[in-house]
Each structure stands twice: as structure tokens, then as C-alpha cells.
Design a protein. Structure first.
Length: 98
């Protein structure tokens, strides 16, 4: 029974309050100045859930433990059903000590 309860802990998502408490940032493109070739935009970064490149000032949620970033709406949907980072699978659950 312990194995079943341990696996069920990781198969459920986070509650709405925990999801809402995660910080949201505005994504900004980075431009690198190169005197030989003019300004070059840095490598485009994409959301690993929807695979769409972050644009302009989109809302991006950065997970606190691993610092992976996703579109807010993408990671919120994920975290309703899973309690781990979609990329590295690091648990986002907080273990409360008694």
C-alpha cells in the first residue's frame, strides 16, 4: 500500500492556490550588440510545453526550484494534473514539517 500512496502523491497536480502563487514575469527579447555584424537577437527561447517561441512581453511563469520558464497558461494547465516540472520532472510540492 505504501508504494501506491507514494505514486499517487506524484500523480496529482498542485492546488489552485499553489499554482497562483508562482511568480509571473514578462518575457523580454535580448539583443546582443556585435560591432561587426550589427545587432543580433539572442537565441529564441521556446515554451517546452507548446513549443512556441516566447514573444515580446508575454507572461512567463518561472518555476522556483529549477528555474525553467513556460507560458503561464501552458504550465498552469500542466500543474493542475502534475506536480512536477514538465522538463526536468523536479517535484514542486512543498513538504510541510510537523
Amino acid at each position: 500500500m505504501a508504494a501506491n500512496s507514494a505514486s499517487s502523491i506524484h500523480s496529482h497536480g498542485l492546488d489552485a492556490a499553489n499554482i497562483e502563487s508562482l511568480p509571473v514575469y514578462l518575457h523580454r527579447s535580448v539583443v546582443i550588440a556585435n560591432p561587426n555584424a550589427g545587432d543580433i537577437e539572442a537565441t529564441e527561447i521556446e515554451c517546452c510545453i507548446c513549443l512556441v517561441v516566447f514573444e515580446g512581453e508575454e507572461k512567463v511563469k518561472v518555476l522556483p526550484k529549477c528555474h525553467h520558464a513556460y507560458h503561464s497558461e501552458c504550465v498552469d494547465k500542466w500543474l493542475i494534473i502534475q506536480s512536477t516540472c514538465p522538463l526536468c520532472r523536479l517535484s514542486l510540492r512543498v513538504i510541510n514539517s510537523l
